[in-house]
Design a binder for this molecule. Structure first.
Ligand code: IPE
Ligand code: IPE
Ligand code: MG
Length: 247
């Protein structure tokens, strides 16, 4: 295999990104935090485009955590305003590019205008076959697990499911990511090295990549560095290195 073919073979099927550092990016320029979020939305466009170009089938972006409600009201409404702008400007391109939009998180807890725009965007892009773009919004990994546990309990109580039928797959099927592969690669920008309640179940075996680059400065070049590093990793899933690498 040539070098290029080999790295194509080692492209992740699912990249998940904790987009962090918008506030610090703005602060470093003497700008309000909202200017950082606006620049962050441009980075989202660039990274979605690049992942689509590379043929990455699943991309998940952490856009608003269930804990982000603790931020100042003005910042929260600026973020949700940007979300509406983003959807208004991008849905047609997504349809054209075969990108299917999905939301991870509690959609019902979002303001009405955003909920409506997201439902509309999901409907319009539902037939997209080339890439699934998951936006994690009002998302928390623990809350997602609680929702899945409740769904399973309700099925058991209704007599439709035996407790023994609760397997890892049965649980995964009730998560917001049902039907999608687990992230192969988890990226976090801005130098922070924590999960912040992101995809706690799904990232059990994800490769982690941390970069000091702030999210608004993250683009195709930085993504290439992460992918290059990922391609050289030995993923063992509990096996020995020799077993895992087939040597
Ligand atoms: C990430 O950037 C965007 C969201 C959490 C919505 P931050 O706003 O967390 O930026 P920092 O961490 O304050 O620099
Ligand atoms: C995580 O970033 C959430 C998103 C990127 C949407 P935060 O900036 O909110 O995370 P913490 O609070 O520093 O852990
Ligand atoms: Mg942050």
């Amino acid at each position: 295999m040539s070098g290029a073919q080999e790295s194509a073979a080692k492209l992740p099927a699912h990249i998940a990104i904790i987009m962090d550092g918008n506030g610090r990016w703005a602060q470093a320029r003497g700008l309000p935090r909202t200017a950082g979020h606006r620049a962050g939305a441009d980075a989202v466009r660039a990274v979605v485009r690049e992942c689509r170009r590379l043929g990455i089938p699943h991309l998940t972006l952490y856009a608003f955590s269930s804990e982000n409600w603790n931020r100042p009201k003005t910042e929260i409404s600026a973020l949700f305003g940007l979300l509406l702008e983003f959807l208004g400007a991008e849905v047609a391109t997504m349809v054209e590019q075969g990108i299917r939009l999905q939301v991870l998180g509690d959609l019902d807890g979002l303001p009405l205008a955003q909920r409506t725009a997201l439902r509309h965007a999901m409907n319009r892009t539902a037939d997209g076959k080339d890439m699934t773009l998951n936006l994690a919004l009002n998302y928390g990994g623990r809350a997602e697990l609680v929702r899945a546990a409740r769904a399973l309990a309700a099925e058991v109580a209704a007599g439709g499911l035996a407790p023994e039928a609760i397997t890892e797959t049965a649980l995964a099927d009730r998560l917001d990511t049902a039907g999608q592969p687990d992230p192969d690669l988890l990226i976090r920008t801005s130098g922070e090295q924590r999960l912040s309640n992101f995809l706690l179940y799904q990232c059990a075996y994800s490769e982690l990549w941390f970069t000091p680059v702030l999210w608004p400065d993250f683009g195709a070049e930085e993504l290439a560095k992460a992918l290059n590093d990922y391609a050289g990793r030995s993923r063992r899933f509990g096996k020995t290195r020799e077993q895992a690498d087939g040597c």
